[in-house]
Design a protein around this ligand. Structure first.
Ligand SMILES: Nc1ncnc2c1ncn2[C@@H]1O[C@H](COP(=O)(O)OP(=O)(O)OP(=O)(O)O)[C@@H](O)[C@H]1O
Length: 267
C-alpha cells in the first residue's frame, strides 16, 4: 500500500506542478489517471515510484515498485534478454526463466537477442514493460503504457495488469483517453493543472460534445479528449470532452471527415 497525503511538487522556483494530491493505492486495486499533456501525470508517477521527491506533503509506504517510464531509454548495445537479466539480478531475482516467455508473449520483433538500440518505439516499450513486471512488484506503475503498442500487445498488457491485480499488487497507470482508462481501472482519477480529483468509475460526467462525422477519414480515437468512437452508418459518432472539441473538429476536417452534426451531450 502507498498513500500520498497533500503532496505538492514544484521544479526549482517554477509554478507548482502538483498541488494537494491525496491518493491511496491499496493492494489488488487498479488506479487509472486521466490527464492532458503537461497536466502532471508523469510527475505524480515518478513520486509514487520514489524517483522524484515531493516538495510538500508526505508519502506513506514504500512498496517494491515496477516502473515503466513515459520514454523507455532503450539506446544500449545489449540485447533485450541481457538487459532484462541484468535488471532482474539488480532486483535480486535468481530465477531468470520468465524472461524469454514474457518477451515471446509480448511478440518482441526480432526476439530476445535484438539489441535494444535497434528496437522501434513500440518494441522498446515492450522491453520496458517486461522490466517493470518481471521484478514481481508490489506496486506496478505504468506511464501511458498503451501508447505505441500494437493491437496484439494491447491485449497482453491488459492481461498483465489483470494478473498483477489478481496476485494482490496495486497498479497505477496514466492515459489521456477516457475509454482506455475506464476499461482497465477499478478507480479513475483526473489530473488537471496538478490537482487530482476522482471520476466516476463508469461514467465521466464532465461536459462533452457529440460529433457525427461522415465519409472516410483518419482514426481519431487517440486524439486528446476523445472518449468514444462508434461506427455508425456512413461514418462515426464521437464523444469528445468539451474543452477539446475545437481541436478534434479541426483534426477531423484535416483528416478527411465531413462534419454533419455537433451538439452538447449529457455524458
Ligand atoms: N524535470 C523537470 N524540470 C522542470 N519542469 C518539469 C520537469 N518535469 C516536468 N516538468 C514540467 O512539469 C509539468 C508537468 O509535466 P509532466 O511530465 O508531469 O506532465 P504529463 O501530464 O505527464 O505530460 P505528458 O502527457 O505530455 O507526458 C510540465 O509543465 C513540465 O514542463
Amino acid at each position: 500500500m502507498i498513500r500520498l497525503e497533500g503532496v505538492g511538487k514544484r521544479y526549482g522556483r517554477g509554478e507548482p506542478v502538483l498541488e494537494g494530491v491525496d491518493l491511496v493505492v491499496p493492494p489488488g486495486r487498479v488506479i487509472g489517471i486521466l490527464g492532458t499533456n503537461g497536466s502532471g501525470k508523469s510527475t505524480l508517477l515518478r513520486i509514487l515510484a520514489a524517483l522524484s521527491r515531493e516538495s510538500e506533503g508526505r508519502v506513506v509506504g514504500r512498496p517494491r515498485v515496477g516502473y515503466l517510464p513515459d520514454r523507455f531509454p532503450a539506446g544500449q548495445r545489449m540485447s533485450a534478454r541481457a538487459y532484462l537479466r541484468h535488471m532482474a539480478r539488480i532486483h535480486g531475482l535468481a530465477d531468470l526463466s520468465a524472461i524469454d516467455p514474457l518477451l515471446a508473449r509480448l511478440a518482441l520483433v526480432g526476439g530476445p537477442r535484438s539489441p535494444l538500440r535497434t528496437l522501434s518505439k513500440g518494441n522498446a516499450q515492450k522491453v520496458g514493460l517486461a522490466q517493470a513486471v518481471l521484478v514481481d512488484p508490489e506496486l506496478l506503475i505504468l506511464d501511458e503504457p498503451w501508447s505505441g503498442l500494437d493491437v496484439e500487445a494491447h491485449a497482453v498488457l491488459g492481461e498483465l495488469v489483470a494478473e498483477t491485480k489478481e496476485r494482490g499488487a496495486g497498479v497505477v497507470f496514466t492515459d489521456h483517453r477516457a475509454p482506455v482508462v475506464h476499461e482497465h481501472a477499478d478507480e479513475v482519477f483526473r489530473i488537471d493543472h496538478g490537482r487530482l480529483s476522482a471520476v466516476s468509475s463508469t461514467v465521466d460526467t464532465s461536459p462533452a460534445v457529440r460529433m457525427v462525422l461522415h465519409g472516410t477519414g483518419g482514426d481519431l480515437s487517440a486524439e486528446p479528449g476523445v472518449r468514444e468512437v462508434v461506427a455508425e452508418g456512413a461514418g462515426v459518432v464521437l464523444t469528445v470532452e468539451a474543452g477539446n472539441a475545437d481541436a478534434v473538429l479541426l483534426c477531423a476536417l484535416n483528416g478527411g471527415w465531413s462534419v454533419r452534426e455537433v451538439a452538447p451531450c449529457s455524458r
